[in-house]
Design a protein around this ligand. Structure first.
Ligand code: GLN
Ligand code: ZN
Length: 773
């Protein structure tokens, strides 16, 4: 039987981020709807043509989106909350973008790489992370009496569009059960079974219209199958697919699962009446044996053997050795990436500045498709047909396995010498606290900020000019010193207690460190969609990590030289660096994290040596690294927390370690947060009105806490009374001497006027709290 190749989805943004440019021009009124739609159509046409040229048999359609495929699904089924004033009919662009970004256009904002909150007064739909990726989707909302009706024919239109181009695609749909599971209901007690029953006719209609248009296969994504499911969820899956199979004739469904193993949902998946099942064999290689043993003989298996979540070139010989027996078994198989290629950059060919060796170890979306086609040809025509490509793959694999650029004996030796004592502070918190209070002499309710100050147009321009070489090192340096000095003076003037240098020299909280650490590489065009038009270019962690020289000490020393008040040393923690990078697949994540921890520990120790009394280690992304299955949480949290402690524990007891986390869910990880044993933690609490302090209070969190007293995601300046009130609420949950006063997160995306006004008010609120003691 011929082995075929599928892609489950191709990156949408375009090789040069054409979609981003087109969207932003449209949103800012510089172009019209026709121009936006023309760019989108052109991107689709090119990616179909490209996949066909590369040899893909099952080319996807409807994987493209103007913003987000979950939002597309809400539009498809007409799940449009009342606030958008939708009057039925087809969901137009205005409503679509209002749901995506709020009606006030550019008010959307984010604090840094990881925070993606909307300004509060903009009625956009809620956004959250797509499984354990850094892609964000818009959360579907269901209301009481929710009705569904086909309200966008995008999936059918795009099928016809491709067909007109001569490409018979396999349209992609987000499956009904995952769609419902990702959504939330505004009303208590909305039964998902009722919702599903209302929803299924829309899916049936879509499938029938696709069949009428000529589609034979449809890819239906149910990644919820890799999560911990309740019996109720399983029943919904059974009901949904029975209904689809009964009503939609002439269409074969390829049910796709990705981001993990089916595990205890395997039996559920295998009895669904579908024609094909896709498995993630990168995250969960071992499940292949079970599936082969149990799957009905007629079930087509789509084997996700090329990593859709990472950038590494595959070792094709090793994969072929695994595929041979399956191919010989006579079962119909399709080769595919583990998941949609949405999560990888598009084309390595654009990267001409990468180290040649590192480059030879990588594969982006286009290269991954080439790998799949090579594998399929090797199985169909014999290895000799693709001897050259297989040899090149082996050479790259060997080079990577043995390269001195990856393997650093000094790092291995150092790691072997890590002792448990190195992950513990010397004294317990109460004793450290006593020494720190003595050294710092801060008043009650000490005020501080999270680190960055506005990265103005001037700052960005200077950085760009320096990058291009039009601003000399000396000029750039003196510009940054001036910005820093002004910021330090100003913080003193308004009466902040613990100062920061402002982070003007940093492009990004991970990249800045990655660029200075050994073991990281950076791409020029390796963009990956984070949400809508926003893309990130994750660092590539390719080798053993070490710190050739101090990274932040000079800036810290300069800033501290300008003031007698404590200047915080400001670092990004190892877990966050890891979670926002493409990481190695040749060693465990935990080990890469530990290496990074040792490197950052060196910096912590050097900052202390230079005189820093307070060092903040940001772990903004600790929570998002949580595995999809509860059963795996402990392992992750254990090594993540251990890495943080290894980073933080090289200092004396009198040195105060802060950490910062910008999110507002702690209930389920509070014990791990406690185990981090930081002296002070700052968290995001303003919008939740200090609600999450309950978790800290219930846990009897012993250390000090800076619950954010104002939301930095909006330009709004909170009045003094509002912050005073939040502090009063905080005092009902925490002891007064536990509380710090700070904003929710860094101020880098804010402008100076609102920052100044808000911080002046914040200092006044702290003073009021002191007076009330
Ligand atoms: N120190 C960083 C800043 O202030 C923290 C950013 C973050 O938590 N995302 O920008
Ligand atoms: Zn933050």
């Amino acid at each position: 039987m011929t082995v075929t190749v599928a892609t489950l989805g191709f990156p949408r943004i375009g090789p040069r981020r054409e979609l981003k440019v087109a969207l932003e021009r449209y949103w800012s009124g510089k172009s019209d709807r026709a121009a936006l739609l023309a760019t989108a159509a052109e991107l689709r046409a090119k990616s179909w043509a490209r996949q066909v040229a590369l040899g893909v048999d099952h080319v996807p359609s409807n994987d493209f989106s103007l913003y987000d495929h979950v939002l597309d699904t809400s539009a498809m089924v007409g799940a449009i909350p009342a606030i958008y004033g939708w009057a039925g009919g087809s969901v137009d662009l205005d409503i679509y973008f209002a749901m995506a970004r709020g009606a006030q256009g550019d008010a959307q904002d984010e604090c840094g790489q990881g925070c993606t909150h909307k300004a509060v007064d903009v009625p956009a739909a809620e956004m959250t992370k797509w499984f354990d990726t850094n892609y964000h989707y818009l959360v579907p909302e269901f209301a009481a009496g929710q009705a569904f009706a086909l309200s966008s024919t995008k999936v059918i239109d795009e099928y016809l569009e491709a067909r007109a181009q001569g490409v018979l695609t396999r349209p992609v749909l987000l499956g009904p059960v995952t769609f419902l599971k990702l959504g939330k209901s505004q009303t208590e007690g909305l039964h998902r079974q009722e919702l599903l029953r209302a929803l299924l006719p829309v899916y049936v209609e879509v499938l029938n219209r696709l069949a009428a248009a000529g589609a034979t296969w449809v890819q239906i994504d149910e990644p919820c199958l890799v999560l911990d499911l309740a019996a109720e969820d399983r029943a919904l899956l059974a009901e949904a697919y029975a209904a689809l199979a009964a009503a939609a004739t002439g269409i074969k469904l390829m049910l796709t699962t990705y981001f993990g193993a089916l595990g205890d949902n395997l039996d559920t998946a295998l009895v669904l009446p579908v024609a094909g099942l896709h498995l993630d064999l990168v995250r969960a290689p071992a499940q292949l044996g079970d599936v082969l043993a149990k799957a009905p003989p007629g079930l087509v298996l789509s084997l996700g053997i090329i990593d859709g979540r990472n950038v590494w070139r595959a070792d094709l010989d090793a994969i072929l050795a695994r595929l041979d027996p399956v191919a010989k078994s006579g079962r119909a198989i399709v080769l595919a990436p583990s998941c949609s290629l949405l999560h990888t950059p598009i084309d390595l060919a654009q990267e001409n500045a990468l180290d040649a060796d590192v480059r030879s170890w990588l594969a982006f979306a286009v290269q991954k498709i080439e790998e799949l086609v090579t594998l399929a040809r090797a199985l169909n025509e014999g290895r000799s047909a693709v001897a050259e490509a297989l040899a090149a793959s082996s050479t790259a694999a060997t080079s990577r396995r043995t390269s001195p650029k990856i393997h650093d004996q000094a790092v291995a030796t150092r790691l072997a010498q890590v002792t448990a004592a190195m992950t513990r502070r010397h004294a317990s918190f109460p004793e450290r606290r006593r020494q720190q209070a003595e050294q710092l002499g801060l008043s009650a309710f000490p005020t501080t900020t999270i680190g960055s100050f506005p990265q103005t147009e001037d700052v960005r321009k200077a950085r760009a000019a320096h990058g291009k070489g039009t601003l000399s090192d000396a000029e750039y340096e003196s510009f940054l010193r001036e910005e820093t000095a002004r910021t330090v003076r100003w913080q003193e003037q308004i009466g902040l207690d613990v100062l920061v240098h402002g982070e003007f020299e940093r492009n990004d909280m991970v990249q800045y460190f990655g660029e200075q650490l050994a073991g990281f590489a950076f791409t020029r065009h390796g963009w990956v969609q984070s949400y809508g038009s926003r893309c990130v270019r994750p660092p590539i962690l390719f080798g053993d990590v070490s710190r050739p020289k101090p990274m932040t000490v000079a800036w810290w020393s300069y800033a501290q030289s300008l003031t007698a008040r404590p200047m915080k040393g400001m670092l990004t923690g190892p877990v966050t660096i890891l979670n926002w990078s493409f990481v190695r697949d040749d060693i465990p994540r935990a080990l890469a994290c530990r290496q990074t921890a040792l490197a950052i520990r060196d910096e912590v120790v050097d900052l202390e040596q230079a005189g820093a009394r307070i060092i903040q280690i940001d772990e903004a992304a600790l929570r998002e690294g949580l595995p999809l299955r509860r059963g795996d949480w402990n392992t992750y949290l254990t090594w993540a927390v251990e890495s943080f402690r290894l980073t933080a524990s090289g200092v004396a007891d009198r040195t105060q370690i802060h950490t910062h986390m910008c999110y507002s869910e702690f209930n389920d990880i509070i014990a791990a947060i406690g185990d981090m044993d930081a002296d002070v933690i700052s968290i995001e609490t303003a919008r939740s009105k200090m609600e999450l302090l309950g978790a800290f209070a219930d846990y009897r969190y012993p250390a000090e806490i800076g619950p954010g007293v104002y939301d930095i995601h909006s330009p709004r300046v909170p009045p003094v009374e509002e912050m005073t009130e939040l502090l009063r609420v905080a005092r009902t949950r925490l002891a007064p001497d536990q509380i710090w006063v700070n904003p929710d997160c860094g101020l880098k995306t804010r402008k100076w006027p609102e920052t100044e006004a808000a911080l002046v008010n914040m200092v006044a609120a702290a003073q009021a709290a002191r007076a009330a003691l």
